[in-house]
Write a protein that binds this ligand. Structure first.
Ligand SMILES: [Zn+2]
Length: 213
């Protein structure tokens, strides 16, 4: 396999990128100068050092960002989780970082988050391998036992995989919700079926948030 084929194979692994588009990326890179290529590969090499994952909400955030605080076990909290002005009795569960960023940009939510990472595919037999369910339940247990948690909002896109994930989470959360009287809500139908939270505009999201049930 030559370099064009190998790189094409890598780009094909990116979300939503097919082999033809992947090959276009490779030819695009071939037309760039060395300065561009060096900066590009340097950024990729540094990515995992520069970006950290929050130990509470599991979002990615720049290690240099203000607000990163060391906790007792020396792992870090992001600027949202370490902000004392956020409401810590309400937790919003989102599928991915881009959803969280969009909700932050809209700006009417002041609680905390948990990022699942991905949605559970339909008919998946081992959902626990797809999402951070153990870490999620541990966090909920800890917050609930400390009397902090009053509501969990499942803010997932209403596509088949999102609905599948909501169903799974509801089942897993039921015992904790009953034990600690935590309200579990999902976003209202203002978010039409298939709407990606990542792209929803502020009015749509605000309505869905207000009409959560
Ligand atoms: Zn965080």
């Amino acid at each position: 396999m030559n370099s064009i084929e190998k790189l094409t194979e890598y780009f094909s692994k990116f979300p939503g990128i097919g082999p033809r588009q992947a090959k276009r990326f490779v030819y695009f890179l071939l037309t760039r100068n060395n300065g561009f290529l060096n900066e590009f590969t340097g950024l990729i090499k540094q990515l995992k050092q520069d970006i950290k994952i929050c130990r509470s909400c599991f979002r990615f955030y720049p290690a240099s960002a203000a607000g990163g605080q060391y906790s007792a076990d020396n792992s870090e909290l992001c600027a949202i989780c370490s902000n004392p002005n956020r409401d810590n009795d309400i937790l919003m569960v989102v599928g991915k970082d881009a959803d969280l960023e969009n909700i932050e940009r809209i700006g009417n939510y002041n609680g905390l988050y948990f990022v699942l990472g991905v949605y559970i595919p339909i008919l998946e037999k081992t959902p626990e391998q797809f999402i951070r369910i153990e870490k999620f339940l541990t966090l909920i247990q800890k917050k609930a036992a400390g009397g902090e948690l009053k509501e969990i909002i499942l803010a997932l896109s209403l596509n088949p995989e999102g609905e599948n994930t909501i169903e799974y989470l509801l089942e897993k959360l039921k015992p904790l919700a009953e034990k600690y009287s935590i309200k579990i809500s999902t976003l209202g139908r203002g978010l039409s079926t298939g709407t990606e939270l990542e792209y929803s505009d502020s009015e749509t999201f605000k309505n869905a948030f207000k009409n959560r049930n």
